[in-house]
Ligand binder design. Structure first.
Ligand SMILES: Cc1cc2nc3c(=O)[nH]c(=O)nc-3n(C[C@H](O)[C@H](O)[C@H](O)COP(=O)(O)O)c2cc1C
Length: 303
């Protein structure tokens, strides 16, 4: 009943772990998969090891958290060893990659595609170091080049992960579709945001600015999914502020075929996946829905 299809990839339920939360080791990703997620997305990684920012890298605020981790990762050659150990039987394993230009993305795709079912292009991190991150996803020309370069060499479906920090998210969504993306995920963190420590009169985060995630960003994510659903024909994966089955239903009705969960895993623990699956199944039975497919985009009907 909970099965869903995203560009030909079958998920046993619509829930996956979002990039950047508990996605750095095979053991934690296997644990998440055993706990009810149908798919996991790795922490974003790059060609070379990257130290990221110094602490503090996250801070709690009303309605969520602000983070500026700086995409720290041990580089693809080390990360590959983790990907190889994730259990892919009945699970969907997705690598999240980032680079500074089309050539780097291409090289990353070639290095990891044998170990994963899909690849998500992180072109949307708002607090990445100069030249990486959202600056790509805010530039249609560069996004087009990166998506099409990745598609050229990829044997697995390519997901482009979009930033909400643009004037018109539909423009960038259409650009990625035209460049050959098989699916879109949205949204990455919102911002930048900032929290000031009033005792020392300084921003809390080492990077000063960070990306906002958690409950407060959900209405923005929902409206972006709703708008992008009308603009493109490729499947959408919704992400941003999901804590409950009701949140998932909203995303599906807005147009998502599957969803990702990040901050709620930090706040509520890994039980969030099984709790949502149980609630979603009961909701579908109570309301007479027999598949996720028939629920996708329902909020768009005009009657
Ligand atoms: C601590 C933290 C680290 C993150 N790291 C990444 C990352 O490496 N790559 C990426 O594409 N998104 C990253 N994100 C963004 C999430 O994947 C997600 O898009 C965003 O947090 C909104 O979902 P949420 O409200 O469920 O957390 C990160 C988010 C948080 C909170």
């Amino acid at each position: 009943m909970l099965e869903t299809d995203v560009c030909g990839v079958q998920f046993r339920n619509p829930l996956m772990l979002a990039a950047g939360i508990m996605g750095s080791t095979a053991s934690s990703m296997n644990w998440i998969l055993k706990s009810g997620a149908a798919g996991v997305i790795s922490k974003s990684f790059s060609l070379n090891p990257h130290p990221g920012y110094k602490n503090p890298t996250t801070v709690g605020v009303d309605g969520g958290i602000i983070n500026a981790i700086g995409l720290s990762n041990p580089g693809v050659d080390n990360f590959k060893e983790e990907l190889k150990q994730i259990n892919r039987v009945n699970n969907v394993v997705i690598a999240s990659i980032y680079g500074a230009n089309p050539e780097e993305f291409k090289e990353l795709v070639l290095k990891v595609q044998d170990y994963v079912d899909m690849i998500e292009l992180n072109i949307s991190c708002p607090h990445a170091m100069e030249g990486y991150g959202a600056s790509i996803g805010q530039d249609c020309n560069l996004s087009h080049k990166i998506v099409s370069a990745s598609k050229d060499v990829s044997e697995v479906p390519i997901i482009a992960k979009l930033t909400p920090n643009v004037t018109d998210i539909c423009e960038i969504a259409e650009t990625c579709e035209n460049a050959g993306a098989d699916a879109l995920s949205l949204i990455n963190t919102l911002g930048p945001g900032m929290k000031i420590n009033i005792d020392v009169a300084k921003p809390v985060l080492f990077n000063k600015f960070g990306g906002m995630s958690g409950r407060a960003i959900k209405p923005i994510a929902i409206s972006n999914v709703y708008s992008v659903y009308d603009a493109v024909d490729i499947p959408i994966i919704g992400v941003g502020g999901i804590y409950t089955f009701e949140d998932v239903v909203e995303f599906i009705f807005a147009g998502a075929r599957a969803v990702q969960i990040g901050t709620a895993v930090m706040d509520e623990g890994i039980e969030v996946f099984s709790n949502i699956n149980d609630g979603l199944e009961k909701f579908m039975k109570d309301k007479g829905y027999s598949s996720i497919d028939e629920m996708v985009g329902l909020a768009h009907r005009e009657d």
